[in-house]
Design a binder for this molecule. Structure first.
Ligand code: NAD
Length: 373
Protein backbone atom coordinates (compact mmCIF):
# COMPACT_ATOMS: atom_id res chain seq x y z
CA UNK A 1 0.00 0.00 0.00
CA UNK A 2 1.66 3.20 -1.10
CA UNK A 3 -0.85 4.97 -3.31
CA UNK A 4 -2.64 7.77 -1.50
CA UNK A 5 -5.69 9.65 -2.76
CA UNK A 6 -6.65 13.01 -1.24
CA UNK A 7 -10.27 13.62 -2.18
CA UNK A 8 -12.42 16.73 -2.13
CA UNK A 9 -14.68 17.11 0.91
CA UNK A 10 -18.35 16.61 0.12
CA UNK A 11 -19.80 18.60 3.05
CA UNK A 12 -20.44 22.06 1.59
CA UNK A 13 -19.63 23.67 4.95
CA UNK A 14 -16.21 22.04 5.15
CA UNK A 15 -13.32 24.42 4.48
CA UNK A 16 -10.39 22.19 5.41
CA UNK A 17 -8.39 19.66 3.50
CA UNK A 18 -6.71 16.54 4.87
CA UNK A 19 -3.30 17.06 3.25
CA UNK A 20 -1.52 20.29 2.32
CA UNK A 21 1.08 20.48 -0.50
CA UNK A 22 4.13 20.64 1.81
CA UNK A 23 3.10 17.32 3.39
CA UNK A 24 2.32 15.84 -0.04
CA UNK A 25 5.93 16.63 -0.97
CA UNK A 26 7.17 15.02 2.26
CA UNK A 27 5.18 11.83 1.62
CA UNK A 28 6.26 11.71 -2.03
CA UNK A 29 9.92 11.91 -0.94
CA UNK A 30 9.30 9.01 1.43
CA UNK A 31 8.03 6.83 -1.40
CA UNK A 32 4.26 7.33 -1.42
CA UNK A 33 2.56 7.99 -4.76
CA UNK A 34 -0.18 10.57 -4.47
CA UNK A 35 -3.26 11.66 -6.38
CA UNK A 36 -5.28 14.75 -5.50
CA UNK A 37 -8.81 15.45 -6.67
CA UNK A 38 -8.94 18.76 -8.49
CA UNK A 39 -10.06 21.54 -6.13
CA UNK A 40 -9.41 19.53 -2.94
CA UNK A 41 -7.47 22.36 -1.29
CA UNK A 42 -9.17 25.40 -2.79
CA UNK A 43 -11.04 26.57 0.33
CA UNK A 44 -7.81 26.26 2.31
CA UNK A 45 -5.88 28.30 -0.23
CA UNK A 46 -4.01 25.39 -1.88
CA UNK A 47 -4.44 25.16 -5.64
CA UNK A 48 -4.03 22.16 -7.95
CA UNK A 49 -0.76 23.59 -9.26
CA UNK A 50 0.83 23.53 -5.80
CA UNK A 51 -0.19 19.90 -5.33
CA UNK A 52 1.17 19.01 -8.74
CA UNK A 53 4.45 20.79 -7.97
CA UNK A 54 4.61 18.83 -4.70
CA UNK A 55 4.55 15.62 -6.72
CA UNK A 56 0.88 14.61 -6.85
CA UNK A 57 -1.07 13.77 -9.94
CA UNK A 58 -4.31 15.68 -10.26
CA UNK A 59 -7.44 13.66 -10.99
CA UNK A 60 -10.78 15.13 -11.93
CA UNK A 61 -13.20 12.67 -10.35
CA UNK A 62 -13.56 10.82 -7.07
CA UNK A 63 -13.91 7.54 -8.95
CA UNK A 64 -10.63 8.06 -10.76
CA UNK A 65 -8.83 8.69 -7.45
CA UNK A 66 -10.35 5.65 -5.75
CA UNK A 67 -9.38 3.49 -8.71
CA UNK A 68 -5.77 4.67 -8.40
CA UNK A 69 -5.38 4.46 -4.63
CA UNK A 70 -5.12 1.85 -1.91
CA UNK A 71 -5.25 4.56 0.77
CA UNK A 72 -7.91 7.30 0.76
CA UNK A 73 -7.59 10.33 3.07
CA UNK A 74 -10.15 13.02 3.85
CA UNK A 75 -11.24 15.18 6.78
CA UNK A 76 -14.81 13.94 7.24
CA UNK A 77 -16.56 10.61 7.01
CA UNK A 78 -17.60 9.76 3.46
CA UNK A 79 -21.24 9.65 2.36
CA UNK A 80 -20.95 5.89 1.83
CA UNK A 81 -18.84 3.12 0.38
CA UNK A 82 -19.59 4.02 -3.21
CA UNK A 83 -16.47 4.15 -5.36
CA UNK A 84 -14.15 2.70 -2.70
CA UNK A 85 -12.40 -0.52 -3.69
CA UNK A 86 -12.16 -3.61 -1.49
CA UNK A 87 -9.07 -3.56 0.80
CA UNK A 88 -8.75 0.24 0.59
CA UNK A 89 -7.46 1.79 3.81
CA UNK A 90 -9.80 4.73 4.45
CA UNK A 91 -8.43 7.36 6.84
CA UNK A 92 -10.60 10.20 8.19
CA UNK A 93 -12.55 11.28 11.23
CA UNK A 94 -15.64 9.08 11.26
CA UNK A 95 -17.89 9.97 14.21
CA UNK A 96 -17.80 6.25 15.01
CA UNK A 97 -20.10 6.33 18.02
CA UNK A 98 -22.95 7.67 15.89
CA UNK A 99 -22.21 5.68 12.75
CA UNK A 100 -22.65 2.07 13.78
CA UNK A 101 -24.64 1.17 10.65
CA UNK A 102 -21.99 2.73 8.38
CA UNK A 103 -19.26 0.77 10.17
CA UNK A 104 -21.11 -2.44 9.32
CA UNK A 105 -21.40 -1.36 5.71
CA UNK A 106 -17.66 -0.66 5.47
CA UNK A 107 -16.82 -3.99 7.04
CA UNK A 108 -19.11 -5.88 4.64
CA UNK A 109 -17.49 -4.15 1.65
CA UNK A 110 -14.00 -5.13 2.89
CA UNK A 111 -12.87 -1.54 3.37
CA UNK A 112 -10.39 -0.99 6.17
CA UNK A 113 -11.55 1.92 8.22
CA UNK A 114 -9.24 4.10 10.30
CA UNK A 115 -11.14 6.52 12.52
CA UNK A 116 -8.74 9.29 13.46
CA UNK A 117 -10.65 10.38 16.58
CA UNK A 118 -10.00 6.93 18.05
CA UNK A 119 -6.21 7.31 17.98
CA UNK A 120 -5.07 6.61 21.54
CA UNK A 121 -4.10 9.69 23.52
CA UNK A 122 -0.56 8.59 24.28
CA UNK A 123 2.65 10.57 24.09
CA UNK A 124 3.76 8.63 20.99
CA UNK A 125 0.50 9.29 19.17
CA UNK A 126 0.24 12.94 20.18
CA UNK A 127 1.36 14.19 16.78
CA UNK A 128 -1.47 12.23 15.13
CA UNK A 129 -4.15 13.56 17.49
CA UNK A 130 -6.74 15.41 15.36
CA UNK A 131 -9.01 15.96 18.37
CA UNK A 132 -6.36 18.07 20.06
CA UNK A 133 -5.09 19.87 16.97
CA UNK A 134 -8.55 20.93 15.88
CA UNK A 135 -9.92 21.62 19.38
CA UNK A 136 -7.16 24.08 20.19
CA UNK A 137 -8.03 26.16 17.11
CA UNK A 138 -11.74 25.88 17.86
CA UNK A 139 -11.12 27.09 21.43
CA UNK A 140 -9.21 30.10 20.11
CA UNK A 141 -11.90 30.91 17.58
CA UNK A 142 -14.74 30.58 20.11
CA UNK A 143 -13.31 33.56 21.99
CA UNK A 144 -12.80 35.58 18.80
CA UNK A 145 -16.39 34.84 17.79
CA UNK A 146 -17.79 35.71 21.21
CA UNK A 147 -15.78 38.93 21.28
CA UNK A 148 -17.17 39.94 17.90
CA UNK A 149 -20.74 39.54 19.20
CA UNK A 150 -20.28 41.15 22.62
CA UNK A 151 -21.43 44.76 22.91
CA UNK A 152 -18.34 45.62 24.95
CA UNK A 153 -14.57 45.33 24.73
CA UNK A 154 -12.44 42.77 26.58
CA UNK A 155 -9.71 44.77 28.33
CA UNK A 156 -10.02 47.25 31.13
CA UNK A 157 -9.45 50.79 29.89
CA UNK A 158 -8.84 53.84 32.02
CA UNK A 159 -9.31 57.02 30.02
CA UNK A 160 -10.20 60.66 30.80
CA UNK A 161 -13.67 59.83 29.48
CA UNK A 162 -14.17 57.10 32.01
CA UNK A 163 -13.10 53.63 33.06
CA UNK A 164 -14.20 50.53 31.20
CA UNK A 165 -14.29 47.37 33.24
CA UNK A 166 -12.85 44.17 31.73
CA UNK A 167 -15.20 41.60 30.17
CA UNK A 168 -15.95 38.60 32.36
CA UNK A 169 -15.52 35.26 30.62
CA UNK A 170 -16.49 31.91 32.13
CA UNK A 171 -15.18 28.73 30.52
CA UNK A 172 -16.86 25.45 31.47
CA UNK A 173 -14.80 22.40 30.55
CA UNK A 174 -11.07 22.92 30.46
CA UNK A 175 -9.73 20.30 28.06
CA UNK A 176 -7.80 21.22 24.95
CA UNK A 177 -10.38 23.72 23.63
CA UNK A 178 -11.06 25.21 27.04
CA UNK A 179 -7.39 25.83 27.80
CA UNK A 180 -6.90 27.60 24.48
CA UNK A 181 -10.05 29.64 25.10
CA UNK A 182 -8.74 30.72 28.51
CA UNK A 183 -5.36 31.68 27.06
CA UNK A 184 -6.97 33.67 24.23
CA UNK A 185 -9.43 35.50 26.49
CA UNK A 186 -6.62 36.36 28.92
CA UNK A 187 -4.43 37.69 26.10
CA UNK A 188 -7.32 39.89 25.01
CA UNK A 189 -7.58 41.33 28.50
CA UNK A 190 -10.67 39.64 29.92
CA UNK A 191 -11.14 38.50 33.49
CA UNK A 192 -11.46 34.73 33.17
CA UNK A 193 -12.96 32.06 35.39
CA UNK A 194 -13.14 28.37 34.59
CA UNK A 195 -14.43 25.05 35.87
CA UNK A 196 -13.85 21.39 35.05
CA UNK A 197 -14.80 18.20 36.86
CA UNK A 198 -11.27 16.80 36.54
CA UNK A 199 -9.42 18.06 39.62
CA UNK A 200 -6.02 18.07 37.83
CA UNK A 201 -7.21 21.00 35.76
CA UNK A 202 -7.17 23.52 38.62
CA UNK A 203 -3.39 24.04 38.41
CA UNK A 204 -3.52 24.48 34.61
CA UNK A 205 -6.25 27.12 34.93
CA UNK A 206 -4.27 29.02 37.54
CA UNK A 207 -1.07 28.85 35.51
CA UNK A 208 -2.87 30.70 32.72
CA UNK A 209 -3.80 33.47 35.15
CA UNK A 210 -7.47 32.54 35.36
CA UNK A 211 -9.54 31.77 38.46
CA UNK A 212 -10.71 28.21 39.08
CA UNK A 213 -14.30 28.07 40.30
CA UNK A 214 -14.42 25.58 43.15
CA UNK A 215 -17.42 23.25 43.20
CA UNK A 216 -17.43 20.19 45.41
CA UNK A 217 -19.09 17.41 43.42
CA UNK A 218 -17.64 14.52 45.43
CA UNK A 219 -15.90 11.76 43.46
CA UNK A 220 -15.33 12.79 39.79
CA UNK A 221 -11.92 11.76 38.41
CA UNK A 222 -10.82 10.93 34.89
CA UNK A 223 -10.21 7.92 32.64
CA UNK A 224 -6.77 6.53 31.76
CA UNK A 225 -6.85 8.54 28.54
CA UNK A 226 -7.45 11.78 30.44
CA UNK A 227 -11.17 12.04 29.66
CA UNK A 228 -13.80 13.10 32.18
CA UNK A 229 -16.06 10.45 33.69
CA UNK A 230 -19.82 10.91 33.34
CA UNK A 231 -21.42 12.63 36.33
CA UNK A 232 -24.44 11.28 38.17
CA UNK A 233 -27.69 13.29 37.78
CA UNK A 234 -27.21 14.52 41.38
CA UNK A 235 -23.73 15.79 40.59
CA UNK A 236 -24.96 17.58 37.45
CA UNK A 237 -27.69 19.26 39.53
CA UNK A 238 -25.11 20.36 42.10
CA UNK A 239 -22.86 21.73 39.38
CA UNK A 240 -25.67 23.72 37.76
CA UNK A 241 -26.67 25.28 41.05
CA UNK A 242 -23.11 26.32 41.88
CA UNK A 243 -22.46 27.73 38.41
CA UNK A 244 -25.66 29.74 38.11
CA UNK A 245 -24.26 32.77 39.96
CA UNK A 246 -21.01 32.84 37.93
CA UNK A 247 -23.00 32.64 34.68
CA UNK A 248 -25.32 35.46 35.79
CA UNK A 249 -22.31 37.72 36.33
CA UNK A 250 -20.47 36.75 33.13
CA UNK A 251 -20.48 38.57 29.81
CA UNK A 252 -19.42 35.45 27.95
CA UNK A 253 -19.88 31.77 28.81
CA UNK A 254 -18.11 29.20 26.64
CA UNK A 255 -18.98 25.58 27.29
CA UNK A 256 -16.76 22.76 26.03
CA UNK A 257 -17.81 20.02 28.45
CA UNK A 258 -17.84 16.68 26.68
CA UNK A 259 -17.75 13.06 27.79
CA UNK A 260 -16.00 10.95 25.16
CA UNK A 261 -18.39 8.62 23.32
CA UNK A 262 -21.41 9.85 25.30
CA UNK A 263 -23.96 12.64 25.23
CA UNK A 264 -22.68 15.92 26.66
CA UNK A 265 -24.20 17.00 29.99
CA UNK A 266 -26.68 19.92 30.01
CA UNK A 267 -24.96 22.43 32.27
CA UNK A 268 -26.85 25.63 31.51
CA UNK A 269 -30.60 25.26 31.84
CA UNK A 270 -33.13 27.83 30.59
CA UNK A 271 -33.54 28.99 34.18
CA UNK A 272 -29.85 29.83 34.27
CA UNK A 273 -29.66 31.57 30.88
CA UNK A 274 -32.72 33.65 31.86
CA UNK A 275 -30.73 35.02 34.80
CA UNK A 276 -27.89 36.24 32.57
CA UNK A 277 -27.35 39.88 31.56
CA UNK A 278 -28.83 41.22 28.29
CA UNK A 279 -26.22 41.14 25.55
CA UNK A 280 -24.27 38.28 27.13
CA UNK A 281 -22.98 35.70 24.70
CA UNK A 282 -22.96 31.93 25.22
CA UNK A 283 -21.07 29.58 22.93
CA UNK A 284 -21.97 25.91 23.22
CA UNK A 285 -19.06 23.96 21.78
CA UNK A 286 -20.71 20.66 22.68
CA UNK A 287 -23.81 21.49 20.64
CA UNK A 288 -23.33 18.56 18.21
CA UNK A 289 -22.99 15.94 20.91
CA UNK A 290 -26.15 16.82 22.78
CA UNK A 291 -25.34 20.34 23.93
CA UNK A 292 -24.25 21.86 27.25
CA UNK A 293 -26.82 24.64 26.92
CA UNK A 294 -30.57 24.17 26.85
CA UNK A 295 -31.95 25.67 23.63
CA UNK A 296 -28.65 25.87 21.71
CA UNK A 297 -28.89 25.03 18.01
CA UNK A 298 -26.04 23.78 15.79
CA UNK A 299 -27.51 25.45 12.72
CA UNK A 300 -28.50 28.89 13.91
CA UNK A 301 -28.00 31.50 16.60
CA UNK A 302 -30.67 31.83 19.24
CA UNK A 303 -31.53 35.17 20.85
CA UNK A 304 -33.48 34.81 24.07
CA UNK A 305 -36.19 37.24 25.20
CA UNK A 306 -33.75 38.71 27.72
CA UNK A 307 -31.27 39.57 24.93
CA UNK A 308 -28.82 36.74 25.68
CA UNK A 309 -27.27 35.32 22.51
CA UNK A 310 -26.62 31.57 22.25
CA UNK A 311 -24.33 30.40 19.47
CA UNK A 312 -23.83 26.76 18.55
CA UNK A 313 -20.06 26.47 18.43
CA UNK A 314 -19.65 23.32 16.37
CA UNK A 315 -16.62 22.91 14.10
CA UNK A 316 -15.25 26.39 14.77
CA UNK A 317 -11.86 25.29 13.42
CA UNK A 318 -13.48 25.55 9.99
CA UNK A 319 -13.26 29.34 10.29
CA UNK A 320 -9.45 29.13 10.28
CA UNK A 321 -9.00 26.51 7.54
CA UNK A 322 -5.41 27.36 6.73
CA UNK A 323 -4.07 26.54 10.18
CA UNK A 324 -6.64 23.80 10.75
CA UNK A 325 -5.66 22.06 7.50
CA UNK A 326 -1.96 22.42 8.23
CA UNK A 327 -2.44 20.74 11.59
CA UNK A 328 -4.81 18.05 10.31
CA UNK A 329 -2.41 17.33 7.48
CA UNK A 330 0.46 17.14 9.97
CA UNK A 331 -1.54 14.57 11.97
CA UNK A 332 -2.22 12.40 8.90
CA UNK A 333 1.37 12.72 7.70
CA UNK A 334 2.62 11.59 11.11
CA UNK A 335 0.29 8.58 10.86
CA UNK A 336 1.45 7.67 7.33
CA UNK A 337 5.07 8.12 8.40
CA UNK A 338 4.69 6.00 11.54
CA UNK A 339 3.34 3.04 9.55
CA UNK A 340 5.69 3.41 6.58
CA UNK A 341 7.85 0.36 6.07
CA UNK A 342 11.06 1.45 4.34
CA UNK A 343 11.96 -2.09 3.27
CA UNK A 344 8.80 -2.93 1.38
CA UNK A 345 8.26 0.73 0.47
CA UNK A 346 4.67 0.58 1.62
CA UNK A 347 2.40 1.26 4.57
CA UNK A 348 2.17 -1.65 6.97
CA UNK A 349 -1.14 -1.62 8.86
CA UNK A 350 0.28 -3.60 11.75
CA UNK A 351 -2.72 -4.50 13.94
CA UNK A 352 -0.43 -5.40 16.85
CA UNK A 353 0.70 -1.77 17.02
CA UNK A 354 -1.11 -0.01 19.85
CA UNK A 355 -1.93 3.04 17.71
CA UNK A 356 -3.31 0.96 14.83
CA UNK A 357 -5.36 -1.31 17.08
CA UNK A 358 -6.77 1.79 18.76
CA UNK A 359 -8.12 3.36 15.58
CA UNK A 360 -8.62 0.51 13.08
CA UNK A 361 -12.35 -0.17 13.13
CA UNK A 362 -12.84 -2.68 10.30
CA UNK A 363 -10.45 -5.11 8.63
CA UNK A 364 -10.78 -8.30 6.57
CA UNK A 365 -14.58 -7.92 6.19
CA UNK A 366 -14.99 -7.74 9.97
CA UNK A 367 -15.44 -5.12 12.65
CA UNK A 368 -12.19 -5.56 14.57
CA UNK A 369 -12.29 -2.73 17.11
CA UNK A 370 -13.25 -4.06 20.54
CA UNK A 371 -15.63 -1.13 21.25
CA UNK A 372 -17.73 -1.77 18.13
CA UNK A 373 -17.54 -5.52 17.54
P1 NAD B 1 -13.19 16.52 25.83
O1 NAD B 1 -13.36 17.32 24.58
O2 NAD B 1 -13.72 15.14 25.89
O3 NAD B 1 -13.88 17.36 27.02
C1 NAD B 1 -13.61 18.71 27.25
C2 NAD B 1 -13.52 18.98 28.73
O4 NAD B 1 -14.81 18.90 29.32
C3 NAD B 1 -12.66 18.00 29.49
O5 NAD B 1 -11.63 18.71 30.14
C4 NAD B 1 -13.62 17.38 30.49
O6 NAD B 1 -12.99 17.07 31.72
C5 NAD B 1 -14.64 18.46 30.64
N1 NAD B 1 -15.93 18.07 31.22
C6 NAD B 1 -16.67 16.94 31.05
N2 NAD B 1 -17.80 16.98 31.78
C7 NAD B 1 -17.78 18.19 32.44
C8 NAD B 1 -18.68 18.83 33.33
N3 NAD B 1 -19.81 18.25 33.75
N4 NAD B 1 -18.34 20.06 33.80
C9 NAD B 1 -17.19 20.67 33.42
N5 NAD B 1 -16.31 20.10 32.57
C10 NAD B 1 -16.61 18.87 32.10
O7 NAD B 1 -11.69 16.47 26.30
P2 NAD B 1 -10.36 16.90 25.51
O8 NAD B 1 -10.24 18.37 25.53
O9 NAD B 1 -10.33 16.25 24.20
O10 NAD B 1 -9.23 16.24 26.40
C11 NAD B 1 -9.32 16.11 27.79
C12 NAD B 1 -7.95 15.77 28.37
O11 NAD B 1 -7.38 14.63 27.70
C13 NAD B 1 -6.89 16.81 28.19
O12 NAD B 1 -6.99 17.91 28.97
C14 NAD B 1 -5.67 15.96 28.51
O13 NAD B 1 -5.50 15.79 29.87
C15 NAD B 1 -6.00 14.68 27.87
N6 NAD B 1 -5.28 14.60 26.58
C16 NAD B 1 -4.17 13.80 26.51
C17 NAD B 1 -3.47 13.72 25.32
C18 NAD B 1 -2.24 12.88 25.19
O14 NAD B 1 -1.74 12.40 26.15
N7 NAD B 1 -1.77 12.68 23.97
C19 NAD B 1 -3.88 14.45 24.22
C20 NAD B 1 -5.00 15.25 24.33
C21 NAD B 1 -5.70 15.29 25.51
Amino acid sequence: MNKVFLCRETDKNETRTALVPSDVAKLARMGYELAVQSGAGLKTGCGDREYAEAGAKIVQTYGEGCEFADIVVRVNKPGGIEGLREHTLHISSFDVFNERAAIGEFAAAGIRLVSLEMIPRTTLAQKMDILSSQASLAGYYAVVLAASRLPKIFPMMMTPSGTISPAKVFIIGVGVAGLQAIATAKRMGARVEAFDTRPVVEEQVKSLGAKFVKIDLGETGQTEQGYAKELTPEQVALQRKAQAKVCAQSDIVITTAKVFGRKAPVLLTSDMTRQMKPGSVIIDMAVRTGGNVEGSDPEKEVILDNGVVILGGDGLERFVPKDASNMFSGNITAFLTHFWDGESKSLKADASDEIMSGCLITDGHKIVHEKFR
